[in-house]
Design a protein around this ligand. Structure first.
Ligand code: F6R
Length: 243
């Protein structure tokens, strides 16, 4: 695992956007796995800037979701489908056809999860998966105690994660769904390159446990230690508890 410490979130976003741009030059139709939440926004902004300036051609890129709320209509502004369309697909000038995600409104959620794992494999696998990290060490929505071998499946969000995400729902925790479909840790580990971005002091404990702690289901992000090509990009605040 490679750990890169950058001065701030903007620098982290630019560094990762450069890595994605380099990938797209090597493989124009790369499948990019994207996370939602606040952390990856500087990456998407920096990448869109490169696309607008002509520094990189993303017109053949393909985008896939990491997770999705269960039961939220696909066109709800906070469904992860809507968020990824708004923050990634549209700014990169891509169409919905370049984009895939799990169906959080499916009647048979288990079948939808299995179908998504199959779709990822049939698409050739994820080339680069961008990850954030929860204050409890989750990746995707694999909360602590998730199996390190898990596949895409339905998970119950912890109270802490629902509190953390209430800011996207007018601060009202009652609007935050209780369940999500998330790529499993085993699914995530199949991506060719994992890039985790963590910014802010609130992530410092989780980062220290991820990088320096034992590999443990109690800290799902520690599974990155098992991956042959994992990069952890942290700003100085998030790095503050590293030895
Ligand atoms: C969301 C996701 C989550 C977030 C994590 C951090 O798609 O995968 O694991 O990355 O909850 O969220 P932020 O970046 O908002 O602190």
């Amino acid at each position: 695992m490679e750990v890169v410490i950058v001065p701030d979130a903007t620098a982290g976003g630019e560094l990762i956007a450069d890595a994605i741009a380099a990938l797209l030059r090597r493989k124009p139709d790369a499948l990019l796995g994207v996370a939602t939440g606040s952390t990856p926004l500087p990456v998407y902004e920096a990448l869109a800037t490169q696309v607008r300036s002509g520094a990189v051609d993303a017109s053949r890129a393909r985008i896939c979701q990491l997770d999705e709320y269960v039961g939220l209509p696909a066109d709800h502004p906070e469904s992860y489908r809507s968020v990824v369309l708004r923050q990634v697909v549209e700014p990169l000038g891509l169409t919905e056809g370049a984009f895939m995600g799990p169906d959080g409104t499916a009647e048979d959620v288990q079948a939808a999860c299995e179908a998504y794992d199959r779709a990822l494999a049939e698409a050739g696998g994820v080339d680069l998966q961008l990850l954030g990290i929860g204050t409890d060490g989750h990746i995707g929505f694999n909360e602590p105690c998730s199996s390190l071998a898990s596949r895409t499946r339905i998970k119950t969000l912890t109270e802490q994660t629902r509190v953390d995400n209430a800011r996207f729902f007018e601060g009202d925790i009652d609007q935050v769904p209780h369940h999500v479909i998330t790529q499993g840790i085993g699914t995530i580990l199949e991506a060719r390159h994992l890039v985790l971005l963590a910014t802010g002091a609130g992530k410092a404990d989780a980062v220290a446990q991820t990088v320096e702690g034992p590999v443990s289901a109690l800290v799902p992000a520690s599974a990155l230690q098992l991956h042959p090509h994992a990069t952890v990009v942290v700003d100085e605040a998030a790095a503050s508890k590293l030895k």
